[in-house]
Design a protein around this ligand. Structure first.
Ligand code: SIN
Length: 485
């Protein structure tokens, strides 16, 4: 890995402002998914280190919550500046551990840093309320206070941005944190923690432990000092974490799985629809929870849309994300690639037709060809399950009502997309879809200014935007009596 500043490549846990080894000296390999080579050995922490990190966060809270909002805002702003100054190194670390192309990784660093900038600004606008009282001698005031120590558990698909989206919102109102990045991609988290240290964010405000997932998760969910858990990942793991948090009645925010429909109506601008599909579907090689998962296309434009999509996708170049000209990287590991291939095989076995791609690339291992399937039905696994890979399953439909029913026929409710020009249809469909995020003639919906989150089994809470702060504050009501005595 070529870096301008090799000291950003940290491999130890970050606890109470110190870089430390695991208590028993254990380590865990971090593997480059494009080459299969070990790029780092990180400290493999467990329950004891996590407990110390939680205690450090509790101690740091006393001072951090008392600082004026402007001071926290300035520290976050300094951190944002350092992220942008080190964008190239952060992107290289990200590509090496995660596999996405370097240009996508650079984009993720900007996307991630924007959350820190946004919440630095929002920190100063954490307003309360004055409420008309029920009697003359009283006043009612609501103040917002930080929730306390927050546990952040983040996934491997956006190792930078999923963490900053939580950290910005937690730190701004005065919470402190213990973070557990995915074992596959901890280096991005360590690198931004090092930049937080350089930004003079006080020791203990951010702690990072990686390693034994079960033991760390057990401590984070059972320790009563932790007041809130925020998680991005699968619905299966999210449900388990919610259950584990029940014992100590922690607040939770869950950003879980998706099964995004992408609907192309007869009146859509087809070229725009194809570009929006590509932006949504093939971002990060299909490994996002808001990727288009099922592409529903109306009869009248189905064949032309399929032709245009295949023409555009056939231009992709698969390979190691650091190489010039590569437009799509590998999947995170071989078992992810096995799963995607098995979804393709099952659909084909049940009658779907391969329009493009169709399985593992000749590069082997973690590489799956960008694939388009037609003739997909709601009986196939590819329609029901989150694919998390570069597969576009095309489903033909006839009417608007049928499209909405097909789109809502899932336990998930994170993102949905549709392309149409008729204004009546735009409103009807937007209101009929049971999803937290709707992209209309647009495949890229993620940014720091808008609320990100889902309905149904896609989770609870919203991240980013002005609503994101609400997840990290308690509303305290002050009833002040004796005013006119
Ligand atoms: C995710 O896949 O969990 C998040 C994607 C995004 O932030 O756009």
């Amino acid at each position: 890995m070529e870096l301008n500043d090799r000291t950003l490549l940290k491999t130890q846990a970050f606890i109470a402002g110190q870089w430390v080894d695991a208590d028993n000296g254990d380590s865990l390999d971090v593997i480059n998914p494009a080459t299969g080579t070990v790029i780092a050995k990180i400290a493999k922490c467990a329950g004891a280190e996590t407990r110390r990190a939680i205690e450090a966060a509790e101690k740091a809270q006393l001072d951090w919550r008392k600082r004026p909002a402007k001071e926290r805002a300035n520290l976050l702003r300094t951190w944002f500046n350092l992220m942008m100054e080190n964008q190239e190194d952060l992107a290289r670390i990200l590509t090496a551990e995660q596999g996405k192309t370097l240009s996508e990784a650079r984009g993720e660093i900007t996307y991630g840093a924007n959350f820190i900038e946004w919440f630095a600004e929002e920190a100063k606008r954490l307003y309360g309320d004055v409420i008309p009282p029920p009697a003359d001698d009283r006043r009612i005031v609501c103040v917002k206070q930080p929730v306390g120590v927050v546990a952040c558990i983040t996934p491997w698909n956006f190792p930078n941005a999923m963490l900053t989206r939580k950290l910005g919102a937690a730190l701004a109102p005065g919470c402190t944190t213990v973070c557990k990045p995915a074992s596959a991609t901890p280096l991005s988290a360590f690198a931004i923690a090092e930049l937080a240290r350089r930004a003079a964010i006080p020791a203990g405000v951010i702690n990072i432990v990686a390693g034994h997932t079960g033991a760390i998760g057990e401590e984070l969910t059972s320790n009563p000092i932790v007041r809130k858990l925020t998680f991005t990942g699968s619905t299966k793991v999210g449900k388990k974490l919610i259950a584990q948090c029940a014992e100590t009645v922690k607040r939770t925010s869950m950003e879980l799985g998706g099964n995004a429909p992408f609907i192309v109506f007869d009146d859509a601008d087809l070229k725009g629809a194809v570009q929006a599909t590509i932006n949504s579907k093939y971002r990060n090689a299909g490994q996002t929870c808001v990727c288009a998962n099922r592409i529903l296309v109306q009869d009248g434009v189905h064949d032309e849309y399929a032709r245009l999509l295949a023409e555009a996708v056939s231009e992709f170049r698969l390979g190691n994300g650091v190489e010039e000209g590569v437009t799509m990287g590998p999947l995170i590991d071989e078992s992810a690639a096995d799963n995607v291939c098995s979804l393709i095989d099952e659909a084909v076995g049940r009658g779907a037709r391969v329009v493009l791609g169709g399985g593992r690339s000749e590069l082997g291992g973690t590489f799956v060809e960008p694939t388009i399937l037609s003739g997909v039905t709601d009986k196939m696994r590819v329609f029901r399950e989150e694919i998390f890979g570069p597969v576009s399953p095309l489903v033909r439909f006839h009417t608007e009502e049928e499209a909405i029913a097909l789109a809502n026929d899932t336990e998930f409710g994170l993102a949905a997309y549709f392309c149409a020009r008729d204004i009546g249809r735009v409103w009807r469909v937007a209101e009929g879809l049971e999803y937290g995020i709707i992209g209309i003639n647009e495949g890229v919906i993620s940014n720091e200014m808008a609320p990100f989150g889902g309905m149904k089994q896609s989770g609870n809470g919203r991240e980013g935007s002005k609503y994101g702060l609400d997840e990290y504050v308690e509303i305290k009501y002050l009833c002040i009596g004796g005013i006119d005595r």
